[in-house]
Structure formats: structure tokens, C-alpha cells
Design a protein. Structure first.
Ligand SMILES: Nc1ncnc2c1ncn2[C@@H]1O[C@H](COP(=O)(O)OP(=O)(O)OP(=O)(O)O)[C@@H](O)[C@H]1O
Ligand SMILES: [Mg+2]
Length: 486
């Protein structure tokens, strides 16, 4: 395999050359963009390893030229922590992967191992796109809009890399679905995808939850326990709601990202980590940094490859295909007769503003299915659900059930937005009635209150926890207990 190393720093260049030559590769070097371009035709490398900042230009230029004309040549980009934002650009422009400086030999080796295996499996890629064109499915992602198509393109590229991904987007917009798809398309797909709800990791057990413990490590440790890092070994660790991490948890993560090894609590063995980290947040991480909730140094380590998922209202072209997808799922789950949407229904759905995003659409489809009798799901049924539905219109209805005024603050009537959709005032959320009768089980009331609260806040668990005055962990526990899809 012929490798061209393009790097203006002489020391780094020499080290790279020596290291790669030692592994049996045929290596040439270039110190400038001009030299590199000349080497493309003279040396005809299989792989370009290029710095992004070159004295006479941009490594991205070389990347484009190296892969021009459908050439099978791959480019790996080198970048410093300061210029990480260009990493995502490089991946979009078709880089095979990128490496962060300072370079670690193991990282370099791993990338070349994958290059030698010909990890870019064009057949798999082609199959995926074919399926997407035919059925609107790309891994776990369903959609038809340009935005979703772009998302799928990024997801498939990022799946090749091992670098940390941070997915932001409103609650219910599909962050977890994107994470699942990245994992499913990555070389780690045969290993576990382990999700951690960062807000729910109990403070006094942080270490044990992450790293596990040996039997007898502390009082109550009567069995050996394997932690998240071990379960996710060679797989992917999904840090859900990363801005909810406790300060303690953040410190642990920083440390392990640096040392890449850990020990079980009470154990001596140094275990090396091999996980790909994908984190997600429905809050703006920069705001969380400003409020000192999230450490900046941790953010930079996790946010190497950022992905933002648009809210559903900004990609209405996804609505019909998603609605049909959920209708199929509901039909299967309910085991009932097949129904389809009338054209008017689909238009009505596409026009809705979906503050709860795809999750809300899923719930609405489920209700519409249950409330319809015939073969067709009519607009009137959907209209009724949407107008009685909190998130579309947030009507300032007065609570009819007792004791929910305690959990909610009645705002003034929601102001009308210019497009006619009433918007949710920042300060509060219109209360949604839940009906409570003497004789109802407490458990059932609790479940319904939780469901309604989550609906009212568009599925945002942190806000729901605030409204219900319980901890985020309690919300997670209850969701699990009631088997509510969160
Ligand atoms: N593009 C999509 N294709 C198929 N299903 C989707 C898509 N986006 C979201 N969903 C479905 O919508 C629901 C919410 O999606 P998901 O859990 O990924 O949202 P999220 O952004 O992680 O939300 P939260 O911030 O509340 O955790 C799930 O049932 C998921 O399967
Ligand atoms: Mg999620």
C-alpha cells in the first residue's frame, strides 16, 4: 500500500514516515500542498494522510483532488483539537477518517488496519441508498426530506470513524435513532450498544456503574459487577442527555478519555477501554457550559463530530412516510385490521408544528389508529386528537382533576404565532387535565400524570422532573416501571 504523508511540521512528518514504513508501507512525504498535488500523479498513492493546515493551502483541497474522478484513493485527515470543526467538514467531503493530534500509535494502527481491510464497503453503502430510495429507510432512520437524506449521508460517513459524535436536537427528534444507526453501520455493530442515561447514574455509585466492582469491594458488593465500559467493550457507549451528568461523572469521563484504562472498584487489573462514544443532548451544550453545568474540557472531547437533528416541523416532507411507518408498527403491535390515511389526514399531519417531534407523531398515529373504525383514518379524527392534544396547540384549559395545579403553572392564554399556530410561552406550560376519580389506583393516576406531563413538555424528561418536583432519576425509574416509551 502506497501512502503519501502531507505534513508541514518536519518532526511530525519524520515520525509518521518512520512509523508507517516500519509497518511495511511504501511511504512518501510532502511538506506543502503543491508538493502533495505533484505527488498525487507522480507517486499515485493509495492513501493520503494529510494535515489540514498547510503553508500554501488547505488539506481539504487535497482531499477533494485526491478522490476526484471516482478514484478509490482514501484520505485520512490530521487535525489538532483547535480545528476540530473542520473534522466534520472533512468527513462530509469524503475523508475516510481523521486523526486527532497528538497522534497515538494505536490510533494510527487502527486506522491503517481498517484501510487494509478495505473497510469502506461500497456495496453495503449502495444497498443502503437503494433501500432508502425505495422505502425511505436508512438503518433505523425513516424519512424522505432533504434534511434526512443529508443526515443519512453524514451518519454513514461517521459510522466509519471511531471519533466521538455528539448529537443535538429537540426532544423526540430522533437522536437515539441516529446513534443506533451509526452503531449499526460501524465495524462495532456485532458488539453492544450500551446507553447510559447520564442524569440517572446514581451519584454514590458512579464508579461502580461505569467500571464495575469486584466482589467484596465495599459493603453490599456481594457479587462482582461489570460496569458500562466493560459491557460496551469493542462496541459503542451512548451517553444520553449528556448535559445532565453530575460533576463527579464528568470528572470520571474526562479521566477515562485521557487514560483509556480503568480498574473495577476493588480490583487491580488495568483494563483498557475500547469504546466509541456517542453522546446526545436536547439542551444547547454551549448554554450548559455557560451555566457551568457542563465542563468545557469534556465538551470538546465529546463534540469531535457534531450532528444536529432538525425539529420535525422544519422537515415536513418526512411526516407522511413516518406516519405510514408508525401506522405499520401500530397495526402489527395491536394485531388489528389494516388502515390507511386519507389524503387530507396526511396533509393535516404535515401541517402540524410537532413540538414533541417524531415521538409526538408516533403517539398521534397510535391514537388515531385506535380511535378509527373503518379502513381509512379520517382527517376529523386526527384533527380532534391534535386540537385536544397539548403539544400542537397547548390550549390554556383549566385542570378538571384535583391537585394538578400544584404541579403546573397556569400561564396566560398562549399567544398566536404568525402562522396561526399558538406558541408555547417560555414561562410556563398550559395544564392538561387528567381525570382522577375516587377508586382509581394510585399507580394508574401516577402513570397518567407522568404521561400527561411528558406530553406537555414535549417529552423533555428534565422539565417533567422539574414540574413533578422529583429527580430525573425518579422519572427514569417510573418510565421503566410503567414501561412508557421514553
Ligand atoms: N427518523 C426516524 N425514523 C424512525 N423513527 C424515528 C425517527 N426519529 C424518531 N423516531 C422515533 O421517535 C421516537 C423518539 O425518537 P428518539 O428516542 O430517537 O428521540 P430523541 O431525540 O432521542 O429524544 P429525547 O431527547 O427525548 O431522548 C422513537 O420512538 C423513535 O423510534
Ligand atoms: Mg433520546
Amino acid at each position: 500500500m502506497k501512502v503519501l504523508v502531507v505534513e508541514d511540521d518536519a518532526e511530525t512528518r519524520d515520525i509518521l514516515q518512520a512509523f508507517l514504513a516500519d509497518t511495511g508501507l511504501d511511504v512518501r512525504t510532502a511538506a506543502t500542498l503543491a508538493e502533495a498535488k505533484a505527488a498525487l500523479s507522480a507517486f499515485d498513492p493509495d492513501v493520503c494522510l494529510t494535515d489540514l493546515k498547510l503553508p500554501d493551502g488547505d488539506g481539504l483541497d487535497l482531499l477533494r483532488e485526491a478522490g476526484a474522478g471516482g478514484s478509490a484513493r482514501e484520505t485520512v485527515v490530521l487535525t489538532g483539537h483547535g480545528s476540530i470543526d473542520t473534522a466534520i467538514e472533512a468527513m462530509k467531503a469524503g475523508a475516510f477518517d481523521f486523526l486527532l493530534k497528538p497522534l497515538r500509535p494505536s490510533q494510527l494502527e487502527a486506522v491503517f488496519d481498517r484501510l487494509k481491510m478495505g473497510a469502506r464497503d461500497t456495496n453495503v453503502d449502495e444497498d443502503l441508498w437503494k433501500t432508502f430510495r425505495e422505502s425511505g429507510r436508512f438503518g433505523a432512520i425513516v424519512g424522505a426530506s432533504t434534511a434526512t437524506q443529508e443526515l443519512c449521508a453524514i451518519v454513514s460517513r461517521l459510522a466509519r470513524s471511531d471519533a466521538p459524535v455528539m448529537i443535538t436536537g429537540e426532544s423526540g427528534s430522533g437522536k437515539e435513532v441516529a446513534a443506533q444507526t451509526i452503531h449499526a453501520l460501524s465495524r462495532r455493530r456485532h458488539k453492544a450498544l450500551v446507553a447510559i442515561n447520564c442524569g440517572a447514574v446514581s451519584a454514590n455509585l458512579v464508579e461502580s456503574e461505569l467500571f464495575g466492582h469486584e466482589r467484596g469491594a465495599f459493603t453490599g458488593a456481594d457479587k462482582r459487577r461489570v460496569g458500562y465500559f466493560e459491557v460496551a467493550r469493542e462496541g459503542t457507549l451512548f451517553l444520553d442527555e449528556v448535559t445532565e451528568m453530575s460533576a463527579e461523572l464528568q470528572i470520571r469521563f474526562l479521566r477515562i478519555l485521557e487514560t483509556r484504562t480503568f480498574r473495577r472498584v476493588g480490583g487491580n487489573e488495568e483494563i483498557s477501554t475500547d469504546v466509541r462514544i456517542i453522546s446526545s443532548s436536547n439542551r444547547d451544550p454551549l448554554e450548559a457550559i455557560e451555566k457551568k453545568v457542563l465542563r468545557e474540557d469534556l465538551y470538546y472531547r465529546l463534540n469531535v463530530l457534531p450532528i444536529h437533528i432538525l425539529p420535525l416541523r422544519e422537515r415536513p416532507d418526512d411526516v407522511p412516510i413516518l406516519a405510514k411507518h408508525f401506522l405499520d408498527l401500530v397495526t402489527q403491535a395491536e394485531g388489528g385490521s389494516r388502515r390507511r390515511f386519507s389524503a387530507g389526514t396526511l396533509d393535516r399531519l404535515a401541517a402540524h408544528s410537532w413540538p414533541g417531534n417524531v415521538r409526538e407523531l408516533r403517539n398521534v398515529v397510535h391514537r388515531a389508529y385506535v380511535l378509527s373504525d373503518g379502513v381509512s383514518i379520517e382527517e376529523a379524527v386526527v384533527q380532534k386528537i391534535l386540537s385536544g392534544h397539548p403539544s400542537g396547540s397547548f390550549p390554556a384549559v383549566q385542570p378538571t382533576g384535583p391537585s394538578i395545579e400544584e404541579a403546573t403553572v397556569a400561564p396566560p392564554a398562549a399567544p398566536e404565532a404568525s402562522d396561526g399556530d399558538p406558541v408555547l410561552p417560555e414561562s410556563g406550560i398550559a395544564p392538561l387535565p387528567i381525570e382522577v376519580r375516587v377508586g382509581d389506583s394510585l399507580r394508574d393516576v401516577e402513570r397518567r400524570l407522568l404521561e400527561r406531563t411528558l406530553e406537555a413538555v414535549g417529552g423533555n424528561k428534565r422539565k417533567a422532573a422539574e414540574m413533578l418536583r422529583v429527580s430525573l432519576k425518579t422519572i427514569y425509574n417510573k418510565l421503566k416501571e410503567f414501561q412508557i416509551e421514553g
